[in-house]
Design a protein. Structure first.
Length: 115
């Protein structure tokens, strides 16, 4: 079961990285609106971490370090991008949903790191 969970989380991050490439300009705009400096550079770094971490989980390669790296980036993204407490009323539910989803994913990454 742990292997299936590791693979599912790995696939999630690889697909997220691909989605960030597909929507690169849109995501840069979102990052800019959140006041994030050098969004192009940071987004490229995030994409690389998503692919490297997700790929490592899929390959069962240095799972602890991959999970901890993904955890760190996911935690930062969750707090900076999905900060529901500052969202306008029309976006509150959406941002809260993304925030809670990411918190659950962080929990799964902690479990993987601990295995």
């Amino acid at each position: 079961m742990a292997m299936a969970g590791r693979i599912l989380i790995g696939v999630f991050y690889v697909l997220m990285g691909a989605g960030l490439i597909k929507d690169f300009r849109l995501v840069v705009g979102l990052m800019t609106s959140k006041g994030i400096p050098v969004p192009n550079v940071l987004l490229i770094a995030a994409i690389l971490i998503w692919f490297a971490g997700g790929g490592a989980l899929l390959a069962n390669y240095h799972v602890k370090f991959a999970a901890l790296g993904l955890l760190a980036l996911t935690a930062v993204v969750t707090l900076v991008i999905h900060n529901f407490w500052t969202a306008p009323p029309a976006m509150f539910a959406n941002e809260l949903q993304h925030f809670l989803k990411n918190v659950a994913i962080c929990g799964a990454l902690l479990i993987l790191a601990g295995l």
